[in-house]
Design a binder for this molecule. Structure first.
Ligand code: ADP
Ligand code: MG
Length: 364
């Protein structure tokens, strides 16, 4: 099912009665989610991800704008008629019911044409449970399951009505690191197997990057950029997006363009075709090439060996953080010169410059 959000806006009345200013949780959102894809809705806490998801589900009504499923306007359709499955961070299982009863639950109130026989219901529940690989746990209570297993039950329960759209709100946040990795691969597999259009909300950029066909990066209710994870990473439209994606994060510096030269502090690091002025410079950690004649200089703090790669941590007075982190191949030896000075050339496609006021990317 293709989902289209048109000028979707949601304001809440102010919680602070005195100020009276309303909170615009989602601001003029325009997205088209292609049929059968998994979309990662990504941004820091409070940027409007859950509100967007609840509007798609119908649990919240937009202040203005439209939601289409396929060509059909569903903006005022009740949640139970939208054919969406919802999964929350905290599983929300019924503790007194078994796994089987939890999964059966959404099927028991179907009416009219949708009504199922007992046998059909059991078949469907078993199928959903098998899909998330908890088919053997049907008679347990939620308290007898691990967090990861409970989340699978919640996913099975969302899938049992064969929804047209699956909505997941930070579904992995309550799991420990290992389970989180495993469960996110599971979600990807289930999504591929069922082909259900899925919106996956997370504040974790790595999580979103690793499983999404397309990511939507949001900040303060406003979409910053939409695209395939790799292309957003490689081609960020503004400083916020550049900083939000990537581990370790991009290094940022105070810089300036002067007569076709890009300066980081006093170092002229490369030729650029951009107007003169102060800029913010972002350099991805993988963008540094150690070289004795390198144009960017720094003072070595530490080299952290991580097996395949190593992290070279150094200080540079123009850096906006106390230290700069370069990731280089572990085979390359970094030998500091006098006074612990290290030198790097920069890979052109790993360097971005941004307008100092607006944060907008300046292409060079
Ligand atoms: P996210 O899921 O990205 O963390 P939310 O969509 O939950 O963000 O919230 C976006 C903004 O809207 C936040 O500033 C939040 O405080 C506000 N907000 C969310 N729900 C309500 C509500 N029911 N009443 C008032 N403000 C709300
Ligand atoms: Mg949320």
């Amino acid at each position: 099912m293709r989902i289209t959000l048109q000028h979707l806006t949601k304001s809440f009345p102010s919680r602070n009665k005195k100020s009276g200013e309303e909170v615009v949780a989602v601001n003029d959102l325009d997205i088209e989610i292609p049929d059968g894809k998994l979309i990662g809705l990504l941004g820091p806490s409070g940027c409007g991800k859950s509100t967007t998801l609840y509007m798609i589900s119908g649990l919240q009504k937009p202040t203005s704008g439209k939601i289409l499923f396929g060509d059909k306007d569903v903006t005022s359709l009740e949640p139970e008629h939208r054919g969406v499955g919802l999964v929350f961070q905290n599983y929300a299982l019924y503790p007194h019911l078994t796994v089987k009863q939890n999964i059966l639950f959404p099927l028991q109130n179907l009416k009219g044409e949708e009504k199922l026989t007992k046998e059909e219901m059991l078949d469907r529940a078993q199928h959903a449970a098998d899909l998330v690989q908890i088919g053997e746990l049907m008679d347990r209570k939620p308290s007898e399951l691990s967090g990861g297993q409970q989340q699978r039950v919640a996913i099975a329960r969302a899938l049992v009505k064969t929804p047209r759209v699956l909505l997941l709100d930070e579904p992995l946040s309550n799991l420990d690191a290992r389970l989180r990795l495993q469960t996110r691969e599971e979600i990807r597999r289930i999504q591929r197997e069922t082909g259900v259009t899925t919106v996956f909300v997370t504040h974790d950029q790595e999580e979103a990057m690793s499983i999404s066909d397309m990511i939507v990066v949001m900040k303060e209710g406003v979409v910053q950029q939409i695209g395939e994870p790799q292309s957003v990473y490689d081609d960020p439209g503004n400083l916020f997006v550049a900083q939000f994606l990537g581990t370790p994060p991009i290094n940022t510096f105070d810089g300036r363009v002067d007569h076709g030269k890009l300066f980081i502090g006093e170092d002229a690091v490369m030729d650029v075709d951009a107007p003169d002025g102060e800029v913010a410079v972002g350099v991805r950690p993988e963008g540094f090439v150690p070289s004795e004649s390198g144009k960017l200089t720094g003072k070595l703090v530490n080299i952290e060996v991580m097996g395949r790669d190593c992290s070279v941590v150094f200080e540079n007075s123009a850096s906006r953080k106390p230290s700069v982190r370069a990731i280089i191949d572990a085979d390359i030896r970094v030998t500091p010169g006098e006074n612990n000075v290290v030198r790097f050339d920069l890979k052109r496609n790993k360097v971005f410059i941004f307008n100092n006021e607006t944060g907008e990317r300046i292409r060079f």
